[in-house]
Design a protein around this ligand. Sequence first.
Ligand code: GLV
Ligand code: MN
Ligand code: MN
Length: 453
Amino acid sequence: MSAVATELRINGDRLARRLADLAEIGPIEGGGSARLALTDADRDGRNLVVSWMEDLDLRVDVDGIGNVVGTWPADRFDPPVLTGSHIDTVATGGRFDGNLGVLAGLEVLETIIESGVQIEHPVAVGFFTNEEGSRFAPDMLGSLVFAGGLPLEEALDTVAIDGAILGDELAHIGYVGGMPCPARPPRAFVELHIEQGPVLESEGVTIGVVTGVQGISWQELTVTGQSNHAGTTPMGMRHDAGHVAAAIVVAVRRLTSEIPGLVGTVGRMDLHPDLVNVVAARARLTVDLRHPDDDTLATAEAQLANRVEELAHAEGVSVVRRVLARFEPVTFDPTVVDLVEDVAHRHGLAVRRMASGAGHDAQMLARVCPAGMIFVPSVGGISHNPAEYTAPADLTAGADVLLQILLHLANPTAAAADDAFLRKSRPASGPDLRRNGGAGSERDAGAPKESGS
Ligand code: GLV
Ligand code: MN
Ligand code: MN
């Protein structure tokens, strides 16, 4: 066995079993799961994963926002090499979004532990509270607090779409812990995730080397008009909030055809009083805009705001805008990106560099430590849907890449000695993980670039 145990492989059956067992919590029609953040189903999912951490004798720490980290060896308190993701889901969740990153991380730790391989730095697997953002905005809230991007008290006051307060719900499910947050930065963070898009499958590529994450803008628009009789109110005398909401939906779609690379979604909309024969007095809708370039995203936001103002003026309604989330594009650490690519090549896998369209906990961890991600294919590019599927061989291939990356990062001295493992022409720039004690690193603040190979 080489210095960094390059022949070691995970147990794919064990990973598949755990994914299936977790999916049984909050089951929904079509084979997926609904575990909205901090619901009883989320608690039950957490309890199951924590029981697996305890079976492996990890030290399980919970912080004040309910993030959970399992560390091995349990008596090591220096910064670990951390992996993980989230186990909360959207209401129409599949089996793999987030869950793969957590359970593959657990599988990687179990493989390391049972192999007896020596590691210089501790390794840890975590799951972060409310990554999805479906119930509480913003998304990636737990990892944002973990990384010091949002004060804990502010996060605890967040109000859910069902009116619940985050801090109350966290206490209700029993996940208010004592580990400080913001947390001490880990040594590095690497997250395995399904792509949730069609690129890898359509190109026959197994491993996506994620270079960064596009910018995300979420807003809620509340349109206030006047309810009136549907039969008697002349069309020219209406102040129809429903009409303006529908026109905003169309404006968002039009914007995406005018600005290359922009994606836009109105995923939520409700009307009040929501009756067949009453002009809507109020409409509330959300707009999700994303783009890899922050200036372009800001331009899209401004153009939409102008269009909304015109529509409101024409109909005689008012519109109030509330920002739910605003995250700049993130570029992952070049050393971690290169490492993902090296390991995947070494495993003989087809590889492609790509930016992520979805938000991920790794983009928050990138604020405080070298971070990166591995993607595996999503069949049909389907996600946030119970039909989400990734072939077992791809799950295993991704987890094996994750294993080698964790071994490499946790064993920097051995890895440095293993010349065959290191890329021959590693650039001199970028953080040197062999010396990184977990402090933040200098990173290119530019937008992630999509560069196929
Ligand atoms: C998280 O799933 C997102 O909305 O990108
Ligand atoms: Mn996810
Ligand atoms: Mn998701």
